[in-house]
Design a protein around this ligand. Sequence first.
Ligand code: NAP
Ligand code: ZN
Length: 366
Amino acid sequence: MQIYMPTNVYFGSNCVVNHRKELAALGNKALLVTGRHSSRVNGSLEDVKNALQKEEKGCVVFDGIEENPSIETVMQARDLGIREGVDFVVGIGGGSPMDAAKAIALMIANPGESEALLYEKRELPSLPVAEVPTTAGTGSEVTPYAILTIHARRTKQSISHKIYPRLALIDSRYLKTASLNTLIDTAVDALAHLIESYLNTNANAYNRMYSEKGLSLFSQMREELMQCRQMDREPGLTLSDTVFDKLMQMAAVAGMAITHTGTSLPHGLSYPVTYEMGVPHGRAVGIFLPGFLNCYEAKEDVQAVLDGMGFASVESFTEYLDELLGKVEISEDLWKQDVEMIMGNQAKLKNYPFPMDEDTLYQFRR
Ligand code: NAP
Ligand code: ZN
């Protein structure tokens, strides 16, 4: 058994500016990698710029990261980073800019290489990476994974290299500008990480501690999360600072959980749904959680997960999720292709510790 969690994680209000010395220690000039709008609205980009300025470090901004970032966008940002002579990368935003930041840091550190490098299995250097999350879902601020869209294959896949962020600066104030749908979708993503890590070929007593902590946080705020559904109809209703804090903590420990185990079938099944239908990542993963829990053979482990979340049965969890997420209709053709893709790829099945057949997997669609 091994626990390896090399990211230095700071949590708290104003932690970007408070921990600017650790940020500045990563290099002399940073590439700030972010999405198109939100980091300007929630103050995270300004905080990082201020922190670097106070420490007399340079920076340049790449703000073209789209949702589910593509290899093409990573290569554009790499070109800017090389031109500008940056020596570290800061991802600011949701999982998309944070994942992109890791892939960009790898490509800048290997300037003579083509994009094929992203999916080659060899040891390579990377620039140091810091992450500032503004959604509470992916946990990318602590995971070594970077999932990119591969248009040529009409899907998404994690790059072959593990890039652990050196520093994660987590301030839940940035969540306050997120839409209710984003808050819900990303919370379900974190929940899926907790569940898929606990029920995993690579799970052991040590790494399950992360899932147990995260499931407990989820149980403490699942009703507030459901209230998000009513907030549109009742202006003035908002989540409390405590809930924003718990959401960020849950996402971070869920990231620590999958850092040790990887994800499982719900994540594998979700990627074509996101690519072909544009369903946000967490919502797409959530479609498959009830089916996953229903078919998982170690029923005592499933019960432990349900107990952790505070549900008596898979049925009551499913009812909760249906109300929280609504229904996503997946066409028969897409669903068949999706199931066949998973069944034909051993790498997608290896984290599921029991035999799986096509008929059983077919039942996963809600
Ligand atoms: P995202 O794609 O990063 O962002 C979704 C949307 O939310 C964007 O429009 C973004 O706007 C907006 N947004 C972000 N923060 C906001 C805030 N504080 N206020 C208002 N709007 C905000 O969503 P995500 O769910 O966090 O990340 C999904 C990606 O992460 C997927 O590609 C998924 O595959 C990946 N992922 C990675 C891991 C991992 O371990 N590395 C795990 C799970 C998922 P802007 O574009 O304007 O910023
Ligand atoms: Zn995920």
